[in-house]
Design a binder for this molecule. Structure first.
Ligand SMILES: C[S@@+](CC[C@H](N)C(=O)[O-])C[C@H]1O[C@@H](n2cnc3c(N)ncnc32)[C@H](O)[C@@H]1O
Length: 284
């Protein structure tokens, strides 16, 4: 870790992954990850409704595409991105400097426990950055404390795996016939907030009202062609091949290649996905 970060011990696994190899891979492939999410961009920013003078907090901002876009809208305000990953934040800062944005900043922080400035933000946004907390309600309470009364909290989180073709296809290919362990419902990870009931309960416990949860589906892009997507995904998911013998590994990689080829279109490789767009307001 390059900055001193207060982190909840229960988030240690997430911190190790994001402030380690996983974050480094995301930092190196930021363009691919950003393009994968592009189809959600319009609905996400429409829901956030950022005003030109507003102060924006981006939770789990990663390499900061949404933080920088928020800063471009809040021209007379500011945007702060917080994340666990030093490597992703380095990339976020590099990009912000390259784009000559002077109203954007980034902090390495565990948003669940970070001592937030009180009532400092008009809106908190998060694009798939809120599903990794060990204690979601505690994290949402900390976000609430950072928001002005009446401030908005807008998140994009994944719906259940069965509604996310990309996840099922990659998992099944890499499993190569094995049954992969399913994490317990609600465990920190991409699908921790797939149950709208859990989101509502955590938001209510943290003092949010006016909760609106809208389903969104969009194609996700994984590369310009099947070859590029295969290189990207084997780098990202190579760890899933552990425990397979040589034949198993070859079978898994071949299965992944076949799936990607089936999803190749003239403008890239696309899989179906579904997310919840969640909007809530901090009690006044
Ligand atoms: C799936 S990535 C999304 C990154 C970014 N929002 C984007 O859309 O590209 C999830 C991000 O949440 C961050 N994260 C996970 N747990 C966190 C925590 N407790 N505090 C702050 N950031 C966290 C990770 O480091 C990672 O960058």
């Amino acid at each position: 870790m390059s900055e001193v970060m207060r982190s909840d011990p229960a988030n240690a696994d997430q911190a190790r992954a994001w402030d380690g190899g996983e974050g480094a891979y995301w930092a190196e492939h930021a363009d691919v990850f950003d393009k994968a999410m592009r189809a959600y961009h319009g609905a996400f920013f429409a829901a956030a409704g950022i005003g030109r003078g507003e102060a924006v907090l981006d939770i789990g901002c990663g390499t900061g595409e949404t933080t920088r876009d928020a800063a471009r809208i809040a021209v007379a305000g500011s945007a702060v991105g917080m994340d666990l990953s030093a490597a992703m934040l380095r990339e976020a800062r590099r990009r912000a400097a390259g784009e000559e944005l002077d109203n954007v900043s980034f902090e390495q922080a565990d948003v669940q426990v970070h001592p937030m400035p009180g009532e400092a933000f008009d809106v908190a946004i998060s694009r798939t950055g809120t599903m990794f907390f060990a204690d979601v309600a505690a994290a949402f309470r900390n976000v609430a404390a950072a928001l002005r009364p009446g401030g908005r909290f807008v998140q994009l989180v994944w719906q259940e795996p069965a509604r996310n073709e990309w996840f099922c296809a990659f998992r099944d290919s890499m499993a190569a016939g094995r049954t992969m362990p399913t994490p317990p419902p609600g465990a920190p990870g991409p699908f921790a907030l797939a149950d709208p009931g859990r989101i509502r309960a955590a938001l209510a416990e943290a003092g949010f009202t006016g909760v609106v949860i809208r389903g969104q589906s969009a194609p996700m892009w994984f590369g310009a062609d099947a070859g590029a997507a295969h290189r990207f995904l084997t780098g990202l998911l190579g760890w899933m091949l552990e425990g397979l013998d040589e034949e198993g590994r070859a079978g898994a990689l071949h299965g992944l290649r076949r799936s990607l080829a089936r999803h190749e279109q003239p403008d890239g490789v696309f899989y179906a996905s579904a997310a919840w767009l969640v909007k809530a307001v901090r009690q006044t």
